[in-house]
Design a protein around this ligand. Structure first.
Ligand code: SAH
Length: 493
């Protein structure tokens, strides 16, 4: 079988290529390095063998000879092997050497290039590595070597100093003082702009700038550490005008998401797009309850109070060979736009969606709707506001419990990450209750983070636990929550 030498990009999971994701999903064996995006293996098969090879800056947990041997033996065994490396496999990744070993052993291989850190890190720092006016060439250089070592250096520092374009050093943090002085000694202008990009493309990206003369001390003062890139050249001066990463509304902020894992990804990816570092701390889990499909055709009103309810109602209908037509005779009410969107994805357009996305809002919105028999499809434990109000109006109301919300235990690492967050988002009362339970926190706990609540019901639950929400969405859905969080962050920066 084939061994795929695959680049995973510099850290932002969005910079994994389509081909890399496809191969990760199909692989029997994945041999991966340290500097790959933390979520890169999320799409691997549950039964895939994952082998951590360390490397790239960290102490190797496997020697190169061991890695080579593993690739050859796994590759010859008929397994589909992905060798996953940070950035591009052929740029300071020893991918070339591994390819040679495979060729030598007669094992077929393919190469999947990745986005290399030396281009992407500067780009996320607002530094184009070439520019019509500022640099017509770029050199990628290893900064691993000590330039002051008289013998044994593979680099010609005089030639590098004279290079007519941008110099990008990988692995150069430790040697930065020596690199800068070797370039100046070789005749490079000490006033030339320079920048160091630490953890480029990741939410915690940090960039320091100076000149060739000052950059080593600037980086040392800031405590810059690997992985980082050193950029020397006029282009480094463009950052002042072109920086964009730090300008995003939630840049530099860590936001914790407590909703169920299955729902968290949409919120998490939108927060990440706005620049936040997202901590996923799912405090709840949705457990579907078994049961026959409700006879929806017997009702003139069917109320859905969450996207989960919609999904599970339709799966019960489907299990009985039914589809959206079962709802043909009834009016359908959704508590909010998320629930309405879930209905739409099943081919049903909600007749009623309130302006306030809470049960009280739905009661108001139904004021003019004649109701004889109503079905409320929802979670097992839920407020009875809607059911009571419909009964008060003389309707016969049945409730079908489609799922249960249960606590999802959080581990110490997750809790520590939440403790360090700037914001913690709560999208329902159950996220509040179960998060506090999982965190082992009773009333009176005061987290460092600002607490963001989706609406008045969730806020009331926070207050019951002695916590005052710092931000409450005025529109009680995910869009509204994000809007309120961004406005709060903007007003505080
Ligand atoms: N094959 C990789 C490079 C491996 S060498 C690629 O093509 O990107 C490891 C070096 O890459 C690190 O020491 C650092 O200089 C650089 N590097 C990798 N990821 C980085 C990141 N996210 N930010 C800054 N530098 C990074």
């Amino acid at each position: 079988m084939t061994v795929y030498l695959v680049g995973a990009g510099p850290g932002d999971p969005g910079l994994l290529t389509a081909r890399a994701l496809e191969l990760i999903a199909a692989a029997d064996v994945i041999v991966y390095d340290r500097l790959i995006p933390s979520s890169a293996l999320d799409g691997a098969r549950p039964d895939a063998t994952l082998i951590y090879a360390g490397k790239e800056g960290g102490g190797p947990s496997m020697s190169q000879a061991e890695i080579d041997a593993a690739l050859v033996s796994r590759g010859s065994s008929g397994a589909m092997v992905v060798r996953l490396k940070g950035g591009d496999p052929f740029v300071f990744g020893r991918g070339g050497e591994e390819a040679e070993v495979l060729r030598e052993a007669g094992v077929a291989f393919e190469v999947v290039p990745g986005v290399t850190a030396g281009v992407a890190g500067p780009a996320y720092a607002g530094i184009p590595v070439t520019h019509r006016d500022a640099a017509s060439a770029v050199a990628f250089v290893t900064g691993h070597e000590d330039p002051s070592k008289a013998s044994g250096s593979a680099l010609d520092w005089g030639a590098l100093a004279a290079f007519p374009g941008t110099l990008v050093f990988y692995m150069g943090v430790r040697q930065l003082p020596a690199i800068a002085s070797a370039l100046v000694a070789g005749g490079r202008d000490p006033s030339e702009p320079a920048a160091v990009v630490e953890r480029g493309t990741l939410p915690e990206q940090r960039v320091v700038t100076g000149t060739l003369a000052t950059i080593a001390s600037v980086a040392a003062d800031a405590g810059v550490r690997a992985p980082a890139l050193v950029v020397v050249g006029a282009v480094a001066g463009l950052r002042d005008r072109l920086q964009w990463f730090e300008a995003r509304p939630l840049a530099g902020l860590t936001v914790a998401v407590t909703r169920a894992r299955a729902q968290a990804s949409g919120l998490a990816s939108r927060l990440a797009d706005l620049g936040a570092a997202v901590v996923e701390a799912p405090a709840i889990r949705i457990v579907p309850l078994d049961g026959p499909p409700p006879s929806v055709s017997e009702y003139d009103l069917v109320c859905l109070t969450s996207p989960n309810g919609v999904r599970l109602l339709f799966s019960r209908l489907a299990a009985a060979g039914l589809d959206a037509r079962a709802l043909a005779g009834a009016r359908v009410a959704a508590i909010g736009p998320g629930t309405a969107a879930a209905l739409r994805s099943h081919g049903v357009i909600a007749d009623v969606v309130p302006e306030q996305f809470v049960a009280e809002g739905l009661v108001d919105a139904l004021a003019g709707t004649p109701v004889r028999r109503a079905l409320v499809a929802r979670a097992a434990e839920a407020r009875d506001v809607l059911v009571d109000a419909l009964r008060e109006r003389g309707a016969e109301v049945d409730v079908v419990a489609l799922y249960e919300t249960v606590a999802e235990p959080l581990d110490d690492a997750q809790l520590a990450a939440v403790a360090g967050a700037d914001y913690v988002t709560f999208t329902s009362s159950s996220t509040v209750r179960f998060f506090l339970q999982s965190a082992g926190r009773g009333s009176g706990w005061r987290p460092r983070a600002r607490l963001v609540s989706i609406g008045p019901v969730t806020s009331a639950t926070l207050r019951e636990h002695g916590l005052e929400p710092d931000v409450e969405a005025s529109r009680h859905d995910i869009d509204g929550l994000i809007e309120a969080l961004v406005a709060d962050a903007g007003s505080r920066s």
